[in-house]
Design a protein around this ligand. Structure first.
Ligand code: GTP
Length: 264
């Protein structure tokens, strides 16, 4: 059969990244409590393409992913990147997978159990012999406005915020521990199921711990630095303001190891 993709291209233009986007696939990831968790990922996979080839071989990306989907973790991710390079005869490869990760939480007073969803991303890229791997988590939190508390005769406005923490590895860590760290940096955590006793506790706990978006970002930085030796990390905190028609946003990027950087 004719292989059009492998035919010669005379435009002399190499392609930085070419591949597949938005593939949905079942995956299995590590779970601190249950060892493994089955979930569904949305996947982007790319490789470079030298100037002389007409096209890449799209089917090979899926072939490679199909070899790895049952055990997606850091070590395997790096070897999946290498497998992409090998399969595509490329010099560089990039893989990004996004998946919902579920953690069973207990309500603070009644202890009622429910699952919370956290959006996670694994991102890896390799060029030559060098490989980088990042993990990104999105943690919904509750924030009570310190200004509103100070100036109001009654109550204080509060809202749901979203904290995105992206870390470059680094030593192994559990996603659950990073999520807990982020929740402890806000006024309160968010739950899927709360009874009235829990609601009273969360409301009062939040009121006692008011946080600007800047406070949340700074508290996460302090806790991450105490938690592990990530070569690079970035915190983004965003509050879906309840009394404004805009969001409040703060971002802190920390480069601990020289030349370490975020995903590009
Ligand atoms: N490169 C490229 N392939 C595309 C595109 N759109 C669809 N395809 C299809 O992707 C399919 C898979 O390509 P390949 O991986 O080269 O398939 P194959 O030749 O059977 O696999 P190998 O023998 O491993 O090369 C082909 O049928 C292409 O037509 C595109 O925009 N670019």
């Amino acid at each position: 059969m004719v292989d059009t993709q492998s035919s010669y291209d005379d435009r002399n233009i190499p392609i930085d990244r070419v591949g597949i986007r938005g593939l949905r696939y079942p995956i299995t990831v590590l779970d601190k409590k249950n060892n493994y968790q089955n979930t569904t990922a949305t996947i982007n996979m790319y490789a470079n393409l030298p100037h002389h080839f007409r096209g890449t071989h799209m089917s090979r990306f899926v072939e490679v992913f199909n070899e790895h989907y049952k055990d997606i973790q850091m070590k395997g991710f790096i070897s999946m990147l290498k497998d992409v390079k090998l399969a595509l005869e490329a010099e560089s490869a990039f893989i990004e997978i996004e998946f919902p990760y579920f953690i069973e939480k207990s309500a603070p007073v009644t202890g009622q159990k429910s699952y919370m969803e956290y959006k996670c991303k694994y991102i890896g890229q390799t060029k030559g012999n060098h490989a980088d791997f990042w993990v990104s988590i999105e943690v919904p939190v509750n924030t009570v406005c310190p200004c509103s508390k100070e100036i109001s005769d009654y109550g204080a406005h509060n809202q749901r915020g979203m904290v995105r923490l992206t870390v470059k590895l680094g030593p192994f860590f559990w996603i659950e521990d990073l999520i807990e760290l982020v929740e402890n940096s806000a006024s309160a955590g968010i739950f899927s199921l709360l009874k009235r006793e829990d609601e009273k506790f969360i409301t009062e706990h939040g009121y006692d711990n008011p946080r600007f978006v800047e406070d949340v970002a700074r508290e996460v930085v302090l806790r991450v630095e105490n938690f592990s030796d990530f070569p690079w990390f970035k915190v983004e905190a965003e509050n879906m303001e309840s009394i404004h028609n805009h969001n409040a946003y703060a971002c802190i990027e920390r480069c601990i190891k020289e030349n370490a950087h975020g995903p590009k």
